[in-house]
Design a binder for this molecule. Structure first.
Ligand code: NAG
Length: 335
């Protein structure tokens, strides 16, 4: 009697372990590789950087395979804070766009999607190993003898280090780093943004988080209205309405953060020239699905607002950024 039973227990344990492992950095990257190998005409992977602990930063470029190059781009970055659920939402979105590309034809007709599903793999892997409820949201760079890690969403160069004292405490989860762009992960996101702006393809930047229930638009740094504030409010309302309609209950708010907290990626993307730059923050049990709804609603609105006939007006603030590298990836999908 004990033999079959222990065999079953053993098999169940294996299943649990494998399921767990699918979400490890290695497991996720393998599934992404497989997807790309089977659908070469619709998804191209690029290694765009290497982290402090030697992990690849991967950008997934998704197109509908019609062979048209140089389409406008929606750039989505998940897990600057290593949060698991935003990683899953990004993977789900990648799979939906690649596998159900016919159902998603409208999202891909005139736009490509560039998705970085795991922007902070070092922090992600570390927090997977933690047994307590404490969440690690930084990188794993060593700051000094005692303290490790920089908060990537405080490492961008718009009002860097302004806001509250913890930004300068190397031991705090809000540590902004030793300088703007001290972290390779933030530099990599910056350089992709710069590429997309230079090639006049970048329309929307979307940063995924799992803490609040909000969609957030610039500035985070202060409460000055940006020139397209009206459009931002309209888009935020559309997205939060969609989330409510589709879930039947989740009420998210659209806000301009405006709280003198510097160094976020959405402020930076806007300053660089993405006319639309938002964060999507979902909390609660169903946050993966809610994030997916949020991403799709944003995509739909970006496409509606920026048909090929509308020029991409760079924001007034736009100027070449002083400390960005002139890396030149070819960000067109390989056909
Ligand atoms: C608010 O922050 C943005 C981004 O740094 C800046 O361009 C703008 O001038 C600021 N507004 C004020 C009133 O300081």
């Amino acid at each position: 009697m004990w033999r079959p039973l222990s065999a079953i227990v053993f098999l169940m344990a294996i299943c649990l372990l494998t399921a767990y492992d699918d979400y490890s950095y290695v497991g996720l990257m393998q599934s992404l590789d497989e997807l790309a190998q089977h659908h070469r005409d619709r998804i191209t992977l690029r290694e765009v950087g290497i982290t402090y602990q030697d992990r690849s930063l991967i950008l997934a470029m998704i197109t509908n395979g019609d062979g048209r190059l140089g389409k406008r781009v929606i750039f989505v970055v998940a897990a600057l804070h290593g949060d698991w659920m935003s990683v899953r939402a990004a993977f789900k979105t990648i799979k939906d766009l690649v596998l159900d590309f016919q159902d998603n034809a409208d999202l891909l007709a005139d736009f490509d999607w560039h998705i970085m599903p795991l922007a902070n793999p070092d922090g992600y892997e570390y927090s997977r190993k933690l047994t307590s409820n404490f969440r690690w949201s930084k990188t794993r760079t060593r700051n000094n003898v005692d303290c490790i890690g920089t908060n990537l969403n405080r490492n961008f160069d718009v009002g860097w280090g302004v806001g509250f004292p913890e930004l300068h405490d190397p031991c705090d989860q809000n540590y902004a780093g030793s300088a703007p762009f001290s972290e390779v992960e933030a530099r990599t996101v910056r350089d992709i943004m710069q590429n997309l702006i230079k090639s006049e393809r970048g329309v929307m930047y979307l940063s995924l988080h799992t803490f609040l229930r909000s969609v957030i638009y610039p500035w985070v740094y202060n409460s000055t209205w940006v020139p397209n504030q009206g459009e931002n409010i309209e888009i935020a309302k559309f997205v939060t309405d969609q989330i409510f309609i589709r879930t039947g209950k989740v009420k998210a708010v659209g806000v301009q953060y405006g709280r003198k907290s510097g160094d976020t990626s959405i402020d930076y993307a806007f300053k660089m020239g993405f006319p639309l730059s938002f964060a999507c923050e979902m909390s609660g049990l169903d946050r993966v699905n809610n994030l997916v709804i949020c991403i799709r609603a944003f995509g739909k609105k970006a496409i509606e607002k920026y048909p090929p006939s509308r020029p991409i007006h760079q924001s007034e603030e736009h100027r070449p950024t002083k400390n960005s590298a002139s890396r030149n990836w070819d960000l067109a999908p390989v056909l």
